[in-house]
Design a protein around this ligand. Sequence first.
Ligand code: SAH
Length: 258
Amino acid sequence: MPATPAWPPRSAPRLFVSPALATGEQRVIDGPQAHYLARVMRVAPGDAVILCDDVTGEWATRVLAAGKRDVTVEVVERMRPREDVPDFTLCAALLKKPRFDQVLEKATELGVARIRPVITRRCVADALNMDRARTVMTEAAEQCARTALPEIFAPVTLARLLDQWPAEAVLWFADEHGPDDPAVPAAGSVFASHTGPTGVLIGPEGGFDEDERAQVRALPQARPVSLGPRILRAETAAIAATALWMGTTGDWREPPAA
Ligand code: SAH
């Protein structure tokens, strides 16, 4: 006998909604999400839509009615619980909008728990549109099938970030002078030495100034690391360091043997 075809299909549209979903519920989706479903994806009654609520996880739903302004679905069953997210905070200096958008999008795909935009002396950008940042991250999470949205914080100054840094969390400091300093280890050889809550700090386009480097190094939880012999653009450094941490210490590894 042929196996039951997989339902919902992997290609079904995915959206984050709130509040939390429950089996049997009818949910009305409106606004830009209804436009996306009805006009872009052209869903019709009976079609599958996958919804995530960032609380209980990922749900299969079936379209009951698709109008111009709203789409009504019936919540059928939960497919996956909300994922466990490694406790990793990307602390990235604010960059000009398109480059910071890349950081938000890629960090979401790579699996970070939260992003803390940081304002430093050489930052060219000094503000972040939080609604837009949330939209970029939500779309990235939908696209890569995450069931948890990363948190985004309002930008803080470097001094404040350091002041508020939790005592138990290590802050790996991507120091662009690291490659020239034999005392600074390569990130790939030290990341896995700490498995608890972790952050990585990346500077802006123009790097950190000397005072800032001294301030960061004075924080007991901060540990300078090098990201290799080349000077990376800030967004490349943020994305590369996050991928390296996920691969060595986060959830891209095999689980430890029991
Ligand atoms: N304009 C600066 C470079 C800034 S690169 C200069 O020429 O010195 C932007 C940020 O990316 C840096 O502040 C640092 O946090 C990170 N970064 C880039 N390349 C790095 C490397 N090879 N090692 C460690 N950090 C790096």
